[in-house]
Design a protein around this ligand. Structure first.
Ligand code: PEP
Length: 252
């Protein structure tokens, strides 16, 4: 079901006590909000997931993972499996963030394996994708986005889409301070819905939540979130500050 969602990707930031105090600040500032149809998500580092779950037990905040390995178990030093995540109470995982693609060489093939593994293990998946600056400049951005979705998600059956959240994140807007305009975000989100409708049907296209990510800040959140096909945001930098993140949550 389509939902309003504001998700904070904390990346490799915040040690144990910083994680606790950021959650404390967030809990305090969103406590009085009704947030009836809105999900608030944070993605701390692996080592802080368990304590974050504990700290958010009585709050509206959901704790999710930034990544996972595609295999069930085995000799994969330094990796974390879906089973390990679900065993501590994680219900959702982010897959395909542009930093995983560019720094850790994660390809569409690998991401398809990860998505399949997550869904098989009942983990809802926030799938990230988006074009590079050169693709946008050359006018190839729609093709790139369509390819990424085709390669990773269009092999799924219709039912699987109930556990998919999309996060369109133009790479040129991530951590750069340069945001896609609300019109650019709307244009791409509408395109995404149209290709999902072509591949599946209207019901699937209208039910999926599509988040925008890329330099969302308190100052621009409201306008971006006001667009018809934008269901919320995946927030990096601004989610590391309780006041900024809660201002973005209030903007939805
Ligand atoms: C992100 O990393 O997913 C992101 C959107 O970062 P930022 O908000 O800092 O651009």
């Amino acid at each position: 079901m389509r939902q309003k969602i504001v998700a904070g990707n904390w990346k490799m930031n915040n040690d144990k006590s910083e994680t606790k105090s950021l959650i404390k600040g967030l809990n305090k500032s969103i406590k009085k909000l009704s947030l009836e149809n809105t999900r608030v998500i944070i993605a701390p580092s692996f080592v802080n997931l368990a304590s974050a779950i504990k700290k958010t037990k009585k709050s509206k905040i959901e704790v999710v993972s930034q990544n996972m390995h595609q295999s069930k178990s085995g000799a994969f030093t330094g990796e974390v499996s879906a089973d390990m995540l679900t065993s501590i109470g994680i219900k959702t995982v982010i897959i395909g963030h542009s930093e995983r693609r560019s720094i850790f060489n994660e390809t569409d093939n690998l991401l398809a394996e990860k998505v399949n593994s997550a869904l098989e293990n009942d983990l809802e998946t926030i799938f990230c994708f988006g074009e590079l600056l050169e693709d946008r400049k050359s006018g190839n951005h729609f093709n790139i986005v369509e390819e990424q979705l085709k390669n990773v998600l269009f092999q799924l059956d219709e039912i699987a889409w109930e556990n998919i959240i999309l996060a369109y994140e133009p790479v040129w807007a991530i951590g750069t301070g340069e945001t896609a305009s609300p019109e650019q975000a709307q244009e791409m989100h509408a395109f995404i819905r149209s290709i999902i409708e072509k591949q599946y049907n209207k019901k699937v296209a209208n039910a999926v939540s599509i988040l925008y990510g890329g330099s969302v800040k308190p100052a621009n959140a409201k306008e971006i979130f006001s667009k018809e096909d934008v269901d919320g945001g995946l927030i990096g930098g601004a989610s590391l500050n309780a006041a900024d993140f809660s201002a973005i949550i209030k903007a939805i």
